[in-house]
Design a protein around this ligand. Structure first.
Ligand code: ADP
Length: 273
């Protein structure tokens, strides 16, 4: 299967001034395949956000290459197609709201690319339905809760019909209810066939994904299923990343009673913090 996103020996440094630069990503290589639900986890300053901005060409590597659907992100001619394929949802819901009425906000990106009115209405309806916000379509977004605003921002990205959505700490400003709402939307979109990449510092959220990539000091230090990753409790402790309590309990029970499947503990319980 062809990867959607392929990183090959990616290194990146922020230039501070003529003489100084801060090296952040160091020789990062991995691929993301269609339909995956991937969490990228690391503590503050590990390089997650810098990495996620490479997935749709907001940042391009200092050395190495990023390919999206086989298109190199360094080529300016590819930018439009790459942005169309990979949507981004950011941390602050307020910064992503641009209109005074919910449905106008969701339609904003479509208007910019000149989508015909009928098609626009259809896409806005579908996107609001997916994030369960149809009943709020005529409301001013600024009166909504953080989780609802974030779902409106997601609807705006969804309406553009990307095949992949990158969530850059998209739940970190939300309360636990808002987080749960957004996580449910991520799962639903993945079930619908979309590729989901979520960047987070919360292990309980990473546990929702099917694959976890751990980043430390700008390098990938682990890459595997949640079950594989959680086996390395000592290494995770050193990185100050907690294995979710329910996964620890499931592992202990599984050791004593091998018939007990760790999967019996459902994702809803992982969300109760
Ligand atoms: P994370 O998302 O894991 O918190 P970031 O990618 O935001 O990590 O940051 C990684 C490192 O890069 C940090 O040391 C941070 O201070 C530095 N950094 C991030 N953005 C910039 C920038 N615009 N200019 C200079 N340094 C930056």
């Amino acid at each position: 299967m062809e990867p959607i996103i392929r990183l090959e020996n990616v290194s990146f440094a922020y230039k501070i001034n003529e003489k100084t630069s801060v090296s952040v990503l160091k020789d990062v290589s991995f691929s993301i395949f269609p339909g995956e639900y991937v969490a990228i986890i690391g503590h503050n300053g590990s390089g997650k956000s810098t990495l996620s901005k490479h997935f749709n060409g907001i940042l391009t590597p200092g050395s190495g290459d990023v390919w999206v659907h086989g298109l190199n992100t360094k080529e300016t001619d590819n930018k439009r197609d790459i942005r169309k394929a990979v949507g981004m949802v950011f941390q602050h819901p307020d910064n992503q709201i641009v209109a005074t009425i919910v449905e106008e906000d969701v339609a904003f990106g479509l208007e910019n690319i000149g989508v015909p009115r009928e098609e626009m209405k259809k896409r806005v309806d579908e996107a609001l339905e997916t994030v369960k916000m149809s009943e709020f379509r005529n409301r001013p977004p600024h009166h909504l809760s953080g989780g609802q605003k974030q779902r409106i921002a997601i609807a705006g990205v969804l309406a553009m019909h990307p095949d992949t959505i990158v969530f850059d700490e998209a739940t970190s400003m939300l309360d636990s209810f808002g987080r749960k709402e957004v996580l449910q939307v991520m799962r639903k979109m993945n079930d619908m066939g979309m590729t989901i990449i979520t960047v987070t510092h919360r292990m309980s959220e990473a546990a929702e994904a099917n694959r976890i990539i751990v980043i430390e000091g700008g390098q990938i230090v682990m890459d595997g299923s949640p079950r594989e990753i959680f086996k390395h409790k000592q290494e995770l402790d050193k990185l100050q990343l907690d294995v979710p309590a329910v996964s620890q309990i499931a592992e202990i029970i599984h050791q004593q009673y091998p018939d007990f499947s760790r999967d019996l503990i459902q994702e809803d319980e992982l969300l109760t913090e």
